[in-house]
Design a protein around this ligand. Structure first.
Ligand SMILES: O=C(O)C1=C[C@@H](OP(=O)(O)O)[C@@H](O)[C@H](O)C1
Ligand SMILES: C=C(OP(=O)(O)O)C(=O)O
Length: 452
């Protein structure tokens, strides 16, 4: 299988041009969940036997994970819309002959660092400029405590050089922040460690790793906020049906809420309680959102979601909301800018270390479109403009961050003039086909080539 190239050189980036107005209507299926797709590839690759993945997200981030395992000798085959993975077993990966290029993907790098720490061979994990700026001490520190040999540039950035063949020992670890990536990294290293490894979660983080490791036959125990895994366990093949990604659906939940006379149904969306904060936050703001036909799909809760236009109001968003909606906050800021009253966000310092500094970049973009916004270290305050044209037109820099680009695209629905968004190639890291789906639903969006 060909691994799709990562976003093109900055010399020929795409930009979005959005004409003002419009409304979102109809029925829409967003692509597969990114977090679940990464884990489906990783766990099926180290399981014994053939797994079948349906609904796999063919985005640059997930293809980077897939590409890393291809380089380590795992074979992937297409079967209609499904992906067949011939797992090589927990100790069956082969040594990569080059740096594993994880592109823009924090999830790939942090989860793989735990897995690679337990292998018999050396590996180097690298990525693009954004990934090379992101903090990696949060995985280097616990892995080192387990006996791994892992070195980052400046001690805390990618590329990560991992020396294989170390004896890992189980640890009791409390991460400095609530993070599914740190938790998953330590649990995956724990699979290769002597004895038990326990992660004490300082807050809520998405639990896809725990759910899916269980489905692949690994025994994990949870007591309150403590999760334990015993080393030496094997994974058995499992068929994963990946739900549609709530983080991608979030742009449409906001768009349909703020546009006039919108009514949109998003089908088969993952609504895992550890990450469905966007639904609850938007509802608290007055959004008209209904979950229909709630069901379970391969161990993950799924529902169809119907959303209709509604008058929104500003609210306070605190640390627990942030944990449950970390990736959806940029979209929520667009909703807040259209709301009656002020929205105050606190406890969101983690937003500053994502693909971009999402507090600073969103604040700059909102100000460019005429919104009054004040920035704090761990959050921001947005004064809503509930009138028909909440936003003026303007030029937005996405800072090569997919979620920034897609969030501001939705602002077009309530703008008085066109909005242009630069550097949108990175939308393909999580949501290939965004432009077509947004246009079919009613957003007047074009994707254009431009010289950076
Ligand atoms: O584990 C995952 O799949 C993810 C965890 C989150 O990061 P943190 O764990 O760093 O909060 C989230 O922001 C990211 O998009 C995906
Ligand atoms: C933060 C994100 O992803 P990652 O950490 O995997 O780069 C995201 O998708 O918003």
């Amino acid at each position: 299988m060909r691994v799709t190239a990562l976003p093109r050189s900055v010399a020929e980036m795409r930009r979005f041009h959005i004409e003002p107005g419009g409304t979102l209507n109809g029925t829409l299926e967003v692509p597969g969940d990114k977090s679940v797709s990464h884990r489906a590839i990783m766990f099926s690759a180290i399981a014994r036997g053939r797994s079948r993945i349906t609904g796999f997200l063919e985005s640059a981030d997930c293809l980077a994970t897939l590409g890393a395992f291809e380089v380590m000798g795992v074979s992937f085959t297409r079967d209609g819309g499904a992906l067949l993975v011939d797992g090589v077993g927990r100790d069956g990966l082969s040594a990569p002959d080059a740096t594993l290029d994880l592109g823009n993907s924090g999830t790939s790098m942090r989860l793989l660092s735990g897995l690679m720490a337990g292998q018999a061979f050396d590996s180097v994990l690298g990525g693009d400029a954004s990934l090379s700026r992101r903090p990696m001490a949060r995985v280097i520190d616990p892995l080192t405590e387990m006996g791994a040999r892992i070195a980052g540039s400046d001690g805390q950035r990618a590329p990560l050089h991992i020396t294989g063949g170390q004896r890992l020992r189980g640890i009791d670890y409390t991460p400095p922040v609530a993070s599914a990536q740190i938790k998953s990294c330590v649990l995956l290293a724990g699979l290769y460690a002597e004895g038990a490894t326990t992660v004490h979660e300082p807050g809520i983080s998405r639990d896809h790793t725990e759910r899916m490791l269980g489905a692949f036959g690994v025994e994990l125990t949870r007591e309150g906020r403590a999760l334990s895994i015993t080393g030496g366990q094997s994974l058995e093949a499992f068929d994963v049906a990946v739900p549609a990604d709530l983080s991608s659906a979030a742009f449409f939940l906001v768009g349909a809420s703020i546009g006039e006379n919108g009514e949109l149904t998003l089908t088969g969306v993952g609504v895992n309680p550890t990450r469905r904060g966007v639904v609850d936050i938007l509802k608290r703001m007055g959004a008209d959102i209904t979950l229909v036909d709630e069901r379970e799909q391969a161990g993950e809760p799924v529902a169809d979601i119907t959303v209709r236009s509604a008058a929104l109001r500003g609210i306070d968003i605190g640390a627990t909301d942030v944990e449950l909606a970390i990736d959806e906050l940029p979209a929520i800021f667009i909703a807040a800018a259209c709301a009656h009253g002020t929205t105050r966000l606190t406890g969101a310092a983690e937003l500053r270390v994502k693909e971009s500094d999402r507090i600073a970049v969103m604040a700059d973009g909102l100000a460019e479109l005429g919104i009054e916004v004040t920035v704090q270290d761990d959050g921001l305050t947005i004064v809503g403009r509930p009138e028909q044209h909440s936003f003026g037109g303007g030029h937005i820099h996405s800072h090569e961050d997919h979620r920034i680009a897609m969030s501001f695209a939705m602002a077009g629905l309530r703008a008085s003039a066109p909005i242009v968004i630069d550097d949108c190639d990175f939308v393909d890291t999580s949501f290939p086909g965004f432009v077509e789906r947004a246009r079919n639903a009613g957003l007047a969006i074009e994707s254009q080539e431009h010289d950076a």
